[in-house]
Design a protein. Sequence first.
Length: 143
Amino acid sequence: MQTRKLSAAAVVQVVVAIVFAVGVLTFAGPCGVHDDGSVSPCFGTSRMLTVLGFSAALLSAVRLLVGNASARLALDVAVGVVGISIATAPGGFLALCMMATMRCHTVMRPFSIVAGVVLAVAAVADVAMALRARPSSNGTSGR
């Protein structure tokens, strides 16, 4: 039975995605429900970011379990796309509050940018390592 090495980049993806999703729900989220029961536009954005974070975590966890190299590469690409979406969504295609001093601008958006970039870079690094380790068709290593 052949054993696979655990990819450090894939482990980083899982950890960052979970920390991101939980962070948006707790310490890096927007302001909560207002006294009158209403919510800011960024409240919905935080929920969408949470879904993206848990989606990235699920894709990364599946990537760790899958044995097929092509499937792992496809999952890495998917995590990279989700990472880019996380980095660009708040303020890009998901609404934030109008005031630049609000928590969604000062905490949630930078947190999303950093986490999204780390996810995308880890995915690209994992793809690069997998392609380098893959034997080429002429019998030499992938260098």
